[in-house]
Design a protein around this ligand. Structure first.
Ligand code: ADP
Length: 190
């Protein structure tokens, strides 16, 4: 377990990466790698709806009825239903099309918009999955640098209610790639 956890502090906030199942996290919010329909799907999206129960989908439907599909890079918040987390922040990462279709900016935006929403709602802790690196096909090495970099720059820019951000990575390969990306980021700062 000891070396299965990497942690840094940014501007009074703790950023850590762990291997695990995000549906079991007890942070104030967990982030869902949703699709624009907000109607649930496979991967982490399906797991969150299964674990959280129908209240989450109910609220997603109301949001879509009110404002339409959720554009890539944006975020909305619902109840956490039966989850330990009180809230689910649904964001839509980019589908990988080779890197020339604004994928970097969209992925950065998905992380930043999620954190912005958490801060606007005075939340103290947020868990993220590895957005876009499953069905959406974003290469994990690149995605890991963007994910960590976006969160670190958000935290560095201003002190908000957010005191803890956790990346909850489902498989060893993804965890290892995030761990080495974080080491590199930390090494560059020193
Ligand atoms: P996307 O469509 O954004 O690529 P996916 O759900 O297909 O989203 O995959 C994103 C990441 O979430 C992948 O690394 C996948 O292994 C991971 N994942 C799947 N289930 C869970 C879970 N329960 N907790 C955390 N991560 C998960």
């Amino acid at each position: 377990m000891g070396n299965n956890l990497v942690q840094i502090t940014v501007n009074q906030a703790k950023l850590s990466i762990i291997k695990g199942d995000i549906t079991q996290q007890a942070t104030d919010a967990i982030v869902n790698a949703a699709n624009s329909s907000l109607m649930g799907g496979g991967g982490v999206d399906g797991a969150i709806h299964r674990a959280g129960g129908p209240a989450i989908l109910e609220e997603c439907k109301q949001i879509v009825a009110r404002q339409g599909r959720l554009p890539t890079g944006k975020a909305v918040m619902t109840t956490g239903g039966n989850l330990k987390a009180k809230h689910v922040i649904h964001t839509v990462g980019p589908i990988w099309h080779g890197g020339g279709k604004g994928e970097v900016e969209s992925l950065e935006s998905a992380y930043r918009e999620s954190l912005k929403l958490a801060a606007e709602n005075d939340l103290a802790s947020v868990s993220f999955p590895s957005i876009s690196t499953g069905a959406y096909g974003y290469p994990i090495e690149q995605a890991s640098r963007i994910a960590l970099g976006s969160v670190i720059s958000f935290l560095r820019e201003s002190v908000t209610s957010i005191k803890e951000v956790v990346f909850v990575l489902f498989d060893s390969r993804t965890f290892d790639i995030y761990a080495s990306a974080l080491q590199k980021i930390v090494a560059k700062k020193e």
